[in-house]
Design a protein around this ligand. Structure first.
Ligand code: 9G3
Length: 573
């Protein structure tokens, strides 16, 4: 490809809305352009990276026994009504009507569509297991699309669905996908970790997320350096229980705390540490008001709370309802004397002695509060967010914390969708059983951005060779020099003939600008044809990910370049 013919419009300045480096560089280097909030055009260079990514994904899905198909984006509402999810999802689902006013949605995922397909095409154990996948656009009307391709409203996903006769079969399909995902993300050059994850509203009882480690990631994970424990903090288990406090219970006392509402304010005002305070938070769970208690120095984990309650909708209670139930406003509420509201307490609460809690009277707190004596929680459970340094629930070593970009997630769904939609098979004895399912997603467009988050420097993108838009760029120092042009032209032709993906920057521009653009776009290998080439017959060769440049003889340069590319690609096998 000649740069003079390539549509790769680079930008000197970064559009203000681009907050993170992957968004900034994919815009500046001419890979994507915004069409609307969370909706992007992939320019030719962007499309070539996606094609490389999809190629790796197809190879690994096919290697694991996957069969590719293409499902419709427009989905009939009836199937979502059968699964009971048409009502579950609100504004996040793009909904539309056809000319006959029939309801449809733009597919945010495809469990319903593919289960309906299998329901009508699969009826015998002989047809199982089945692994069906597609690489298709998905649509989710995110409240706040941001960070470019990391959180879009139209995005590209590889979604695979497994169909087995029983749990054992599903375990095997899940293990195959776990390995396939590990291969995909390794071959993309990503530094990633599989972590135990929450299944959320999708249902199912077992899930792993694949996290590309990045400080710009929206997800938080904890992991152990001693054993292989790693989990999204949403479900990371808090096993460590506090050491009993050797204090004699004092009598409860109401103290004035005018204008002191937050944990920090109250603990400073009363001269105590936040771990001696009982934080009381009111929620509405499927419309029912509940009180939840955690220690003042801890964060409540809403995913753990929702999973524990098994409720569909969970939201912070509005202050009026809190005031109606307690007679006080947030900051002064507490469990003592609280009637008619179920109390859920984190497992650490019973270990508190002479704690401080809101008095359910504005301007006042209670000291000498002893759980069990002064109030009784209905249930105690692990409801808090684990922090770095806490003991690993598997081996007890201190946990580490990191941020990550969720580039993939795999789920054991079980029979939730097969039972709802009636997808069954008959066994050898003719008995009918619901098909046991799994689903497995990779955010293809998101992965492209995650790679840039991990592979860039102050000059631009540094594409791993396995996903680079082109492998080599030829930069002639000056095309006004006829000799340089002849050498660059012939080198270009020979590299093409040798099957190398090469870009030839044949524009009538200064060499300096061409170097800057080549570094911004991030072509892995740069070949510079200059005066020295004419004089000494050498070409300067430089890897984008290395500083040093070496001069190699022109005469067998093509085979040397092939060798170098082959060796470099070994890293991504
Ligand atoms: C919806 C909307 C948003 C959604 C879903 C449904 C996320 C939804 C979870 C999944 C699970 C897996 C197959 C590939 C891998 C992920 N957001 N999920 O089901 F209606 Cl609006 O998509 N699906």
């Amino acid at each position: 490809m000649r740069t003079s013919e390539l549509l790769a419009p680079t930008l000197r300045e970064t559009p203000a809305e681009a907050e993170i480096v992957s968004h900034q560089l994919l815009l500046r280097a001419g890979f994507i352009r915004k069409a609307a909030a969370g909706i992007y055009t992939y320019l030719p260079l962007g499309r070539r990276v996606l094609a490389k990514l999809e190629g790796i994904i197809r190879e690994e899905m096919d290697r694991a026994g996957g069969q590719e198909l293409v499902l419709p984006i427009i989905q009939p509402a009836e199937l979502w009504q059968e699964s009971g999810r048409w009502e579950v999802y609100g504004e996040e689902m793009f909904r539309l009507r056809d000319r006959h006013q029939r309801q449809f949605c733009l597919g945010p995922t495809h469990e319903e569509i593919i289960t309906a397909l299998v329901r009508s095409e699969v009826n015998s154990y002989k047809q199982l297991p089945l692994l069906l996948y597609q690489i298709q656009n998905k649509y989710r009307d995110e409240r706040r699309p941001r960070f470019g391709l990391l959180r879009g409203r139209e995005f590209i996903m590889k979604d695979l669905y497994s169909f087995d006769r029983d749990q054992e079969g599903l375990n095997q399909s899940y293990a195959k996908m776990y390995q396939a995902y590990t291969n995909v993300f390794r071959r993309c050059g990503l530094n990633f970790r599989p972590v135990q994850a929450d299944t959320g509203a999708i249902g199912g009882n077992y899930s792993h997320e694949f996290m590309a480690l990045a400080s710009t990631g929206e997800a938080v994970l904890v992991y152990c350096r001693e054993c292989d424990y790693a989990a999204n903090v949403e479900i990371a288990a808090a096993r460590a229980l506090p050491k009993p406090v050797a204090e004699t219970p004092q009598s409860i006392k109401e103290v004035a705390t005018p204008g002191q509402k937050t944990v920090a304010e109250v603990s400073a005002f009363l001269g105590i540490t936040p771990d001696r305070l009982i934080k009381t938070v009111f929620y509405e769970a499927d419309g029912q008001l509940i009180a939840v208690l955690v220690r003042g120095d801890r964060e409540l984990n809403e995913v753990k709370l929702q999973n524990f309650l098994g409720c569909r909708r969970l939201s912070l209670a509005d202050p009026e309802k809190v005031a109606a139930a307690t007679g006080a406003s947030v900051g002064y509420v507490g469990p003592v004397g609280l009637e008619g509201v179920p109390i859920y307490a984190d497992a650490e609460i019973p270990y508190l002695v002479n704690a401080v809690a809101g008095a359910n009277r504005n301007g006042y707190h209670l000291t000498g509060v002893n759980p069990g004596r002064d109030f009784r929680a209905d249930t105690y459970a692990d409801l808090r967010q684990v922090e770095a340094g806490e003991p690993c629930p598997q081996c007890g070593s201190p946990l580490n914390q990191a941020r990550g970009i969720e580039v993939g997630q795999i789920f054991q769904l079980g029979t939730k969708y097969s039972q709802a939609l009636g997808a069954t098979y008959t066994d050898e004895q003719g008995r009918e059983h619901p098909i046991v399912m799994g689903c497995y997603g990779i955010g293809v467009s998101r992965t492209m951005a995650a790679i840039v988050e991990q592979h860039h420097d102050e000059h631009g993108i540094i594409w791993p060779l396995s996903v680079a838009p082109y492998e080599v760029v030829i930069v002639p120092a000056s095309l006004k020099d006829e000799a340089q042009r002849e050498i660059a032209d012939s080198l270009y032709k020979e590299l093409i003939a040798a099957g190398v993906e090469v870009v030839y920057d044949d524009r009538d521009e200064r060499a300096g600008m061409k170097f800057v653009e080549a570094d911004l776009i991030g072509y892995p290998l740069r070949l510079t044809v200059g005066k020295k080439t004419v004089a000494q017959g050498t070409v300067d060769v430089k890897w984008r990910h290395e500083g040093r440049e070496i001069a190699l003889p022109r005469e067998n340069l093509v085979s040397r370049v092939k060798e170098m590319l082959g060796r470099e690609m070994e890293k991504y096998r």
